[in-house]
Design a protein. Structure first.
Length: 543
């Protein structure tokens, strides 16, 4: 954290003159725009992208599109690449017209309906609970090597994992938990702009469930932004993702409900005087009040990320997610200073922090290797309680460039997202703030997709996950810790999903998805099994 703050100060002061360029709205994290830019990177047309900080602003997406356009003019590239550049310009007309020529911006401009989506979900099944006692052995080393940085923990003194997966077969959806049976999800966004300096976005969400027969209306995203390029201030409710992973990230994702926040960031990659080309984000929020085991907590939340590009093919990032202070813990000046700085045994805080790397391999059809390492504590400077995300992406699996393949692995430490100071854990509205699978879990993820055209894509996914192969304890029939009980079983989950997205008419597009999963030893109970199925159909307008 100390290094991050120092680097942030250096970065802001070095490119403050580039601030306040073109203000623009953020692109939803499930928009196909990210897939288009990733594919263009795989064709060698984009190299200035940073995947470790999302969402992208629309201005940033246009900057990357301009980079692709310049390279398209100097070589022979697949027809699909040309179509993707054209599609990006169609989806981002305001930013494409004004980028680099901000003086032409109207004093006031608005779009009452910038995008919309109607989604139907039918769920046959129930979500898994992550509530589980887990043995924390302690005696950690560094990067799995050595031991003794933290005292060994004597059994039986288990740590308590909490949380839920929300919706089976549907993660990273802004905290929406669909119920059994039919569900409807309607979202629409409107945008307004004050010249090139300010942006307002409002996206309400209407949810209806057959199981509850109730309709609820809530604000999914809504914020005001000022500035752009190297310095932007955002206040409101928004989604965020810190890390290069596709399936998940350890520190911060949109798996849980979007937070009310204040964010200082650089929406575009900028050059600095003293560091490499970089992007940064600094987020302040406060989590909701919880009462867990009779203890009230409502901590402040701080998330930070600094992503740097030493070369066009290497991305390096450091990140932090931190709960600190609030009701129920000591909140004196010294306590809060120790909590913000970290590294003390008397912190009134809980942190998840680490680093990530992404390598692009031009000689291997611009394939990518990436990984995220995170520790939830520190001892003698070294991070401990280690968790990992690692994967590779092959954007041009075949000569045509229309096929791609991704593999991603997640390993969550036994006590990842669990904490004694904040017994509710690293959760927001009951869901993990970071990786959707929570702590004390492993998962292998494989995705193949084929592009028939820029708006017609077929994708197949397979997942295998385990829970309970580390940190097992003895429990009674209810699953509560019991020294005289039986040992927890290893939960095993296998799942398949298929997606097909295609155009309907004009700016209207559709997506259909089917998923099926098989779970053995459900919630670590020997011999108990479950099957879940999910059908998803949606109609989108400029989404």
């Amino acid at each position: 954290m100390r290094f991050f703050l120092a680097a942030l100060v250096v970065g802001i002061t070095s490119f403050a003159s580039s601030a306040f360029a073109l203000s623009s709205a953020n692109i939803p994290l499930d928009s196909p725009i990210y897939l288009y830019l990733e594919k263009l990177s795989g064709y060698g047309l984009v190299s200035g992208d940073v995947k470790g900080i999302r969402p992208f602003s629309k201005a940033e997406a246009v900057r990357l599109t301009r980079e692709a356009e310049a390279r398209l003019a100097s070589g022979d590239h697949p027809r699909l690449a040309v179509e993707m550049v054209q599609r990006l310009n169609e989806l981002l007309p305001r930013e494409a017209a004004l980028y680099g020529d901000e003086g032409k911006a109207n004093t006031l401009e608005y779009q009452p309906l910038a995008s919309a989506r109607l989604r139907y979900v039918h769920l046959d099944g129930k979500p898994r609970s992550y509530f589980r006692a887990v043995h924390d052995a302690g005696n950690d080393g560094v990067f799995g090597i050595g031991s003794g940085l933290r005292p060994a923990t004597r059994y039986p003194h288990p740590t308590q994992q909490r949380g839920s997966e929300g919706t089976p077969l549907f993660e990273n959806n802004d905290g929406v938990a669909y119920h059994s049976g039919s569900n409807l999800d309607l979202r629409g966004s409107g945008e307004a702009y004050w010249g090139a300096k300010g942006t307002l976005l409002v996206e309400p969400m209407l949810l209806w469930s057959e199981e509850t027969d109730e309709a609820t209306l809530r604000l999914n995203r809504g914020y005001l932004k000022f500035g752009g390029k190297g310095l932007e201030l955002e206040a409101g409710r928004d989604e965020n993702w810190l890390g290069p992973g596709y399936r998940g990230a350890i520190t911060f994702t949109n798996n849980a409900r979007n937070m009310d926040l204040v964010k200082l960031s650089s929406p575009e990659l900028v050059s600095s005087k003293y560091l490499w080309d970089l992007k940064y984000t600094l987020i302040f929020s406060q989590l909701d009040k919880t009462v867990t085991d009779g203890r009230e907590r409502e901590p402040y939340f701080l998330a930070a990320k600094l992503a740097m590009k030493p070369t066009q093919n290497i991305e390096f990032g450091i990140n932090l997610g931190r709960q600190v202070g609030g009701p129920g813990v000591r909140n004196g000046l010294g306590d809060n200073v120790r909590g913000l700085i970290g590294g003390f045994s008397q912190d009134n805080s809980n942190s998840v922090a680490g680093a990530d790397l992404r390598f692009r391999l031009p000689w291997l059809r611009n394939s990518e290797l990436y990984g995220e390492f995170s520790g939830e504590d520190a001892a003698a400077f070294w991070p401990i309680v280690e968790s990992y995300v690692a994967g590779f992406f092959i954007p041009a699996l075949t000569e045509s460039g229309r096929d791609d393949l991704r593999f991603e692995y997640f390993r969550g430490n036994e006590i990842l997202y669990a904490n004694g100071t904040f017994p509710e854990g690293y959760l927001y509205h009951g869901l993990p703030i970071g990786h959707s699978q929570g702590g004390a879990a492993q998962e292998w993820f494989l995705r193949y997709s084929h592009w028939f055209s820029v708006r017609n894509n077929l994708a197949l996914e397979g997942m295998h996950g385990t829970r309970g192969d580390h940190g097992q304890v003895t429990v009674d029939a209810t699953g509560a810790f019991d020294p005289a009980g039986g040992m927890q079983a290893v939960e095993r989950r296998n799942a398949l999903r298929a997606f097909w997205s295609f155009p309907v008419q004009g700016e209207w597009s559709a997506l259909v998805m089917y998923g099926h999963e098989w779970i053995d030893n459900l919630e670590l109970r020997q011999g108990e099994s479950r099957k879940n199925q999910l059908v998803r159909a949606e109609l989108s307008y400029k989404y």
